[in-house]
Design a protein around this ligand. Structure first.
Ligand code: PGA
Length: 249
């Protein structure tokens, strides 16, 4: 398989610096490097401390958001260059909580993706439908539009490095996971869209993760699905003993 699986922890707005350092200490004691790429995406203020904590490991670092402009009067925002300087490898872009609470649109997400690629940060682009959209049988159509609009002007070379996370909104933080078959079907559909937008070579390389209530109990089943290349893990990434079980699925 040419795609190296990725398991990324999305800490959302949890943990102070000292809590992050305590996590890193325990996690490093449990972690052994393998063929799986592991990344932690803490809040901005913990990035530097975790960079230091993980410096003697192959654990990567991701941010949860960034602005699409280089700099400017954007109070409260963080630029791609600021993240790059810390040594951030990934940035989650277009998470459903950003779409829902911070009015991010496909167009904003597209601009952020372009900026992330321009500084060499690998975006983890989130797509996924709401419960109402799934119930109305519109899940595939919604995800397709998110991909087409989000990936506008993203080159083939960039798309090959892209990570996409399929996160059905109804499965995030709810304890309700998509069934492995549902998740696999949508990840396969996403790969088909990537093939349509680019070609099969790109589609073979794009990493497609599943996210939404991934836990130690369901990680193996999800990770073993053919179209799923990894997981974006929220709640269960906050506890070293849980996250390691997912990493070692
Ligand atoms: P969850 O979050 O694992 O807590 O459902 C996943 C995510 O939002 O990335």
């Amino acid at each position: 398989m040419i795609r190296k699986p990725l398991i990324a922890g999305n800490w959302k707005m949890f943990k102070t610096i000292s809590e992050a350092e305590a996590f890193a200490d325990s996690f490093k004691g449990l972690y052994q490097s393998s063929d799986i790429q592991v990344a932690i995406c803490p809040p901005f203020t913990q990035l530097e401390a975790l960079k230091e904590s993980f410096k003697d490991t192959d654990i990567k670092l991701g941010a949860q958001n960034m602005h699409f402009e280089d700099e400017g009067a954007f109070t409260g925002e963080i630029s791609a260059a600021m993240l790059k300087e810390i040594g951030v490898d990934y940035c989650i872009i277009g998470h459903s909580e950003r779409r829902q609470y911070f009015a991010e649109k496909n167009e904003t997400i597209n601009r952020k993706l372009i900026k992330a690629f321009s500084v060499g940060i690998t975006p983890i682009m989130c797509v996924g439908e709401s419960l109402a959209e799934r119930d109305a049988d519109r899940a595939f159509e919604i995800v397709k539009v998110q991909l087409i609009e989000g990936l506008k002007n993203i080159s083939k070379e960039q798309a090959e490095r892209l990570v996409i996370a399929y996160e059905p909104v109804w499965a995030i933080g709810t304890g309700r996971t998509a069934s492995p078959e549902q998740a696999n079907q949508m990840c396969g559909f996403i790969r088909d869209i990537i093939e349509e937008l680019y070609d099969d070579d790109v589609a073979d390389k794009t990493l497609i993760l599943y996210g939404g209530s991934v836990k130690p109990e369901n990680a193996t089943e999800i990770m073993n699905m053919e179209e799923i290349d990894g997981a974006l893990v929220g709640g269960a990434s906050l506890v070293p003993e849980d996250f390691i079980q997912i990493v070692n699925f």
